[in-house]
Write a protein that binds this ligand. Structure first.
Ligand SMILES: Cc1cc2nc3c(=O)[nH]c(=O)nc-3n(C[C@H](O)[C@H](O)[C@H](O)COP(=O)(O)O)c2cc1C
Length: 183
């Protein structure tokens, strides 16, 4: 198990090729626990994780992430588990914050929880990819998500087809940091 946080952050990468080995339900539960510990505005915890492991349903969900032209998400068909993250009702204070401060705290909350999930998964040797490009209406229909709710993200989960960690392509600290004043 990885203990050093930076090492774990480097190990987490978007996995787009999966082994067909099933994922143990207790590992999914472990990652969901990690997600549930994520911070959220006013502690609203405005999320529901719809875990899709039924093979037929999984296919239908995966098909909502790509089309004949934009096919870059076709890899989702391989993932043994897909998780749709639905944003749920926020606390009133967070809702007021959205309006007054013109923010989308619920989207931020869901994204942080998603990353908690992915980091926990990486520690267990699981691959994940956060998928934001999908046909939300089709997905809602497939998963019986009420019309008024939003599906913010999908996570693909499974054992990676290869255990190679790609070098990270990232801006330098110099590029992304300044102190005391915006440059
Ligand atoms: C909000 C969000 C949406 C994303 N949507 C997609 C997607 O639809 N398809 C995909 O293949 N990767 C998607 N990604 C993964 C990014 O492409 C990836 O995180 C980025 O290129 C950095 O690579 P790494 O995750 O391997 O470090 C998404 C990531 C985030 C955070």
């Amino acid at each position: 198990m990885t203990v050093d946080f930076l090492e774990l952050a480097k190990k987490r990468q978007s996995c787009r090729a999966y082994d067909q080995r099933p994922v143990e339900p207790e590992k999914i539960a472990h990652c969901l626990s990690a997600a549930s510990l994520a911070p959220s505005a006013c502690n609203s915890q405005p999320w529901k994780f719809v875990v899709v492991n039924d093979p037929d349903l999984r296919k239908t969900v995966a098909q909502a992430t790509f089309g004949p032209v934009l096919s870059f998400n076709r890899f989702t068909m391989q993932a043994p588990v897909l998780i749709a993250i639905v944003s749920e009702r926020q606390k009133l204070t967070a809702k007021i914050g959205n309006i007054v401060r013109k923010k989308s705290f619920n989207q931020m909350d869901v994204a942080i929880a998603a990353e908690h999930f992915c980091l926990a998964a990486a520690e267990l040797g699981l691959g994940t990819c956060i998928v934001g490009w999908f046909d939300e209406q089709a997905l809602k229909k497939t998963l019986a998500v009420p019309h008024r709710k939003r599906v913010e993200l999908i996570l693909t989960v499974g054992y990676p087809a290869t255990d190679q960690t790609r070098p990270k392509k990232r801006k330098t600290l110099e590029d992304i940091t300044c102190y005391n004043r915006y440059p």
